[in-house]
Design a protein around this ligand. Sequence first.
Ligand SMILES: [Zn+2]
Length: 337
Amino acid sequence: MNFPATRMRRLRRTEALRSLVRETHLHPAALIQPLFLCPGVGIRREIASMPGVFNLSLDEAVKEAEAAASLGLGGLLLFGLPAEKDDQATGAWSSEGIVQQALRAFKSNRKLDPLALIADVCLCEYTTHGHCGVVSHDHAATTHSHEASYEIQNDPTLTLLAKTAVSLAAAGADIVAPSDMMDGRVEAIRQALDAAQLDQTPILSYAAKFASAFYGPFREAANSAPQFGDRRTYQMDGANLREALREIDQDIAESADMILMKPAMPYLDVIRAARDRYDIPLGAYQVSGEYAMLQAAFARGWLSPDRTILESLLSIRRAGADFIVTYFAQQAAKLIT
Ligand SMILES: [Zn+2]
């Protein structure tokens, strides 16, 4: 390329030219909005660290879902805040669970037909201890040990996750999305779905979910903070890219239909590496902390919302994500169209 014959700025002169050569695009249909469902009627409780995001009772959630559908969003990702929690996460797999009730209501509403209803599959919102699996305590552990005196038990958790996935699919979930990071959960869920004649329900696996500080605001939104310890014995170490690819290999081998990466912005290189290596549909979750820090900057007038929101989403698409779970979904859809 020789200057002055080659001038890169020629194609940047007008919006028409820029638009013609744009490489990456955002579409409302590739955006998924998370919803936090809570018991009660007429409840629309804003989450302090996430302005514009609410805990919604079922009647309010229906309104929110209708707005999402009318904006052409691709789908909703459903989380539940149960009335009661216990050790066995009963609220996660009960047919009368809060998400199961919402799924039945949404599925009977024709206005919501364009939305893919994705049900998060995990136990942490439903357990008293706030961990994603069954906990065993080791009372023999010495107080001098630096390692935890409790363990999140992998295999007993699989039974509950499979039961949860079947219950959510039976209630109408178009997709089930295990986010727990137990080993073997995709296979366990697939077998349970197939055994329940739910062989057409796809699994969106959170294959590479890193133990991240950026989940902080979500724990307020979903009331799911661990009551002791942290999640580093099951979620991934943020330093490990190759391990993320092994996690994806494993989930594909267990017959995951789609993969989700989480968080997005601090892990764009991992999304890119996964995109280069796999042909499977790939999504990324712009998590609560990514949303909260941008909102904090908007509130102070330090960043301008419209362009920043679109640029943050574009970076995730450019890294290789086919679809994005984002709390900005509705706002972004309005900006795109
Ligand atoms: Zn969890």
